[in-house]
Unconditional design. Sequence first.
Length: 255
Amino acid sequence: MKNSTSNINKKIDENISIKYTIIGVIVLILFWKLLSLRYKAIILPSPELTFMTIKNMIFSGEFWVDISYSFFRVGSGYLISLLVGSSIGIAMGLNEKINKLVKPLISTLQTIPNISWILLAIIWFGLNSKIVIFTIFISILPIFVINTEEGVKNTDHKLLEMAHIYDLSFWNTLTKIYFPSVKPYLNSAAVITIERAWKIGAMAELLSLDSGIGAGLYWARNNLETEYIFAWTLVLVFLGFFSSKLLKKIISMST
């Protein structure tokens, strides 16, 4: 009975949240429309011109090629960072010596701006997809490391004592006790970083490549096609938002 009531309340809250989101978007578009009436399209294109541009882009083959390139680069950098970051975080949480050795490096990585990594990647890898993959990987890595380490350190000590008493193997202790403790922290890091990965990827593409969403923004800027800048930006926002929502849905289904 309690679970049923809780589910109903949750659905009501979700519906209210969706309604407010829709209202917020409508208000934003109306404000955008009113503001666009005061300026030429090259300064601020109207919402209808922007959405028409998106429609034209969608029906062009080049659009989907750019999206697929960006999806591959963002997905690769994101997944590599997730795997490497969580592994380092687990090692830091389990071993204090590794923690003290690696923590200063992770703290340093947090302070280095994305643009520095992009410029270094151009020098190190040349003009190819490795620039984007590497920049995403190294930029979001500290978040995965820190959250995973926190999850390991906050593992219930009573469960660890029981594992010691029953002489559980290291692998069983890791998978049955540490992993469930780390999971919420890792889920949080995954949701936080997915939208950031799209933005970092677009920036890296803009500065280094001739394909992908970032390249679309680059050519729009060069040609002074402001409506295309707005269109590509909205596409990027949608992909980041959709990825985040999809990831949250997958996480909720797995818990």
